[in-house]
Design a binder for this molecule. Structure first.
Ligand code: AGP
Length: 592
């Protein structure tokens, strides 16, 4: 989703701004642009990649100020007009925006009545003109942005400047993240810290309803009441985003193959000298809680389904919620709930919304994330890092496995159940075996599936959780419609869709549910489905397509999710798609 960078006081702002936009491209975007002041205001923007922008932005730019933006279309199609930066009618205000302004129609109506015209369809252009409207009256940008903030409904991060004064850059924030990076005689701003780490490791995080002004030397931040707030500088060493494919053709493949070292690293981090290494206060809070509430989105939600079972099996009661649903109807089961947020990126807007609600209720909260220094990492009471290394491919793979492995360890630590370590190590043997010996077989299945339009995944228990993730992965990168159905639900509706030739992929690794699953297989076979069984030796039948050695079945998400990931990868490849950057998706979903 949209990414923002900005700089004031850099001698050569082009490099930082464009590299910064490239760093933020994990958020997904369809167009990109920059604005600066070099012999007058220059705005250069276009639909397409940051690489394309690099080609059209001049090599030498002398400007004290520069802002940049990658846009992921929300209001208005991806075209040049809707691409940021936006300029107001009288060319007095230039800005970039991340977020969504909910009352933009009402504000647009007001401006239309005042004679304003619009070249595009974005809510952001309306805000540029609204700030200008106030600025032309009061000649004070800071005052104008405060007045406009009082009128805006929605979530936003804005970086603003006026060509009348290139010694100041203005920022405003509500809901969408915005970080200021402090340098020696320069200040930076960006949607997250990653673009800035090449120049500084000292940051100020803006809180909601704050706004401010940056000059070369200073960063002054104000609260909603217009008072200066003394912001604490955070010093964070943040992992740089690596764009090194290390010889792999795609990040997705590289990241699937990093599952094994990732889980090994998790074990080495959270289990040292035969002891679990979790903060005793965290473990105490978890034990004392009478209900664990998991909240997450997408793949991370699928990890929470697995994690919920681990906590239940460890004697806790647990609920799992999709963040965007919970945010609109927050429920707090139990007398003493404890909340676990799961997020690879730590920047997902739906979860940030949930965190606000959690804080309003003064509840204990842990985030499990792969991104140290992210909004959730900084703002949750407890944070456990996945140490999976940066995940670049939009389709999450190693982070999902890391989330479930870490949840297995955390749940086991409540009862000091050390058996989990051996089980995890055994599960990694399966991961290795799949990587070394099963890829050609999986690729052959992918060839059979590539032209299908509907694919079903079936499973029960842990196999159902895995089916959900397998199905999401396939649809993300192959654009084939796919559904995961709990075996027992088939006859309650979905079986109507099974016809001659429909592929049905079935996981049979959970001994508690295996025989019921065999029954479901016969039901869909009788209706002409083509079955692909993925099973473990102990539960296998001769006709099964993929049979792996046995492991502790509760760790299926660790042991055999790679079968599903490779399958999705090879189908995408067979269809000639952009596997690492599927259409319409973003690595980090920063708008609700
Ligand atoms: C994963 O393959 C997806 N791209 C997506 O579902 C993702 O898991 C979801 O957006 C949640 O992201 P997060 O883990 O960064 O919060």
């Amino acid at each position: 989703m949209c990414g923002i960078v900005g700089a004031i006081g850099l001698k050569e702002p082009r490099g930082y701004t464009l590299r910064g936009l490239k760093t933020l491209d994990y958020r997904g975007y369809d167009s990109a642009g920059v604005a600066f002041f070099d012999n007058g205001l220059k705005i250069i923007k276009d639909v397409g990649s940051v690489e394309h922008l690099m080609d059209i932005v001049p090599n030498r730019i002398k400007s004290n100020i520069m802002i940049g933006h990658t846009r992921w279309a929300t209001h208005g199609v991806p075209n040049k007009e809707n691409t940021h930066p936006h300029l107001s009618n009288h060319k007095a205000i230039c800005l970039v925006h991340n977020g969504v302004i909910e009352n933009f129609m009402e504000l647009k109506k007001f401006l239309l009545e005042k004679g304003y015209e619009f070249y595009g369809d974005t809510d952001s252009e309306i805000v540029a003109n609204l700030i200008e409207y106030h600025y032309l009256e009061n000649k004070d940008v800071l005052k104008s942005i405060k007045e406009v903030m009082d009128l805006l409904k929605g979530n936003y991060a804005f970086v603003v400047f006026t060509p009348d004064d290139t010694n100041h850059l203005y920022v405003m924030k509500k809901g969408s993240p915005l970080i200021v990076g402090k340098g020696n005689n320069f200040n930076l701003v960006a949607s997250d810290a990653s673009p800035m780490i090449e120049l500084t490791n000292t940051f100020i995080e803006l809180d909601d309803n704050e706004y401010g002004v940056l000059s070369n030397k200073d960063a002054t931040i104000y609260n909603q009441a217009g008072e200066v707030v003394s912001k604490e500088y955070i010093h964070k060493d943040i992992e740089a985003i690596s764009h090194d494919l290390k010889g792999y053709p795609h990040y997705m493949l590289k990241e699937i193959e990093e599952i094994e070292p990732t889980v090994e690293r998790i074990i080495d981090t959270y289990y040292v000298d035969d002891e679990f290494q979790f903060d005793p206060n965290l473990v105490k809070s978890l034990k004392e809680s009478d209900h664990i509430i998991f909240i997450a989105c997408g793949t991370s939600y699928h990890a929470s389904l697995v994690g919920g079972r681990y906590f239940e099996d460890a004697g806790q009661s647990a609920s799992r919620f999709i963040a965007s649903e919970w945010a609109f109807h927050p429920t707090f089961p139990g007398q003493k709930p404890f909340i676990i947020l799961i997020s690879q990126s730590g920047e997902t807007a739906d979860l940030i919304h949930c965190l606000k609600i959690i804080k309003e209720h003064n509840l204990n909260c842990l985030v499990i994330t792969n991104t140290g220094g992210s909004t959730l990492d900084r703002n949750c009471q407890y944070s456990l890092l996945l140490h999976a290394g940066i995940e670049v491919s939009v389709a999450s793979t190693k982070a999902y496995v890391a989330q479930t492995a870490l949840l297995a360890l955390l749940a086991a630590s409540l009862n000091n159940n050390k058996r989990v370590i051996k089980d995890l190590k055994d599960a990694l043997k399966i991961v290795r075996d799949i990587k070394n010996n099963y890829k050609p077989r999986i690729q052959a299945i992918a060839e059979e599936l590539k032209d299908k339009t509907n694919i079903f995944y079936l499973g029960r228990g842990f196999d159902y959780f895995l089916s959900l993730e397998a199905s999401l992965k396939l649809k993300e990168v192959s654009y084939i419609h796919s559904e995961a159905v709990p075996g027992g639900e088939l006859k309650h509706g979905p079986i109507a869709l099974i016809e001659e030739g429909t592929p049905v992929i079935v996981f049979i690794t959970d001994p508690e549910t295996a025989s019921s699953m065999r029954g479901n297989i016969e039901e869909v076979r009788a209706r002409g489905a083509i079955i692909y069984e993925i099973s473990t030796k102990f539960l296998a039948k001769e006709e099964d397509n993929i049979v792996v050695n046995d492991y502790a079945y509760y760790l299926s998400s660790v042991a055999i999710s790679s079968v599903a990931f490779y399958l999705a990868y090879y189908v995408s490849l067979a269809k000639g798609l952009n596997v690492d950057k599927p259409r319409n998706l973003a690595k980090s979903v920063t708008v609700e």
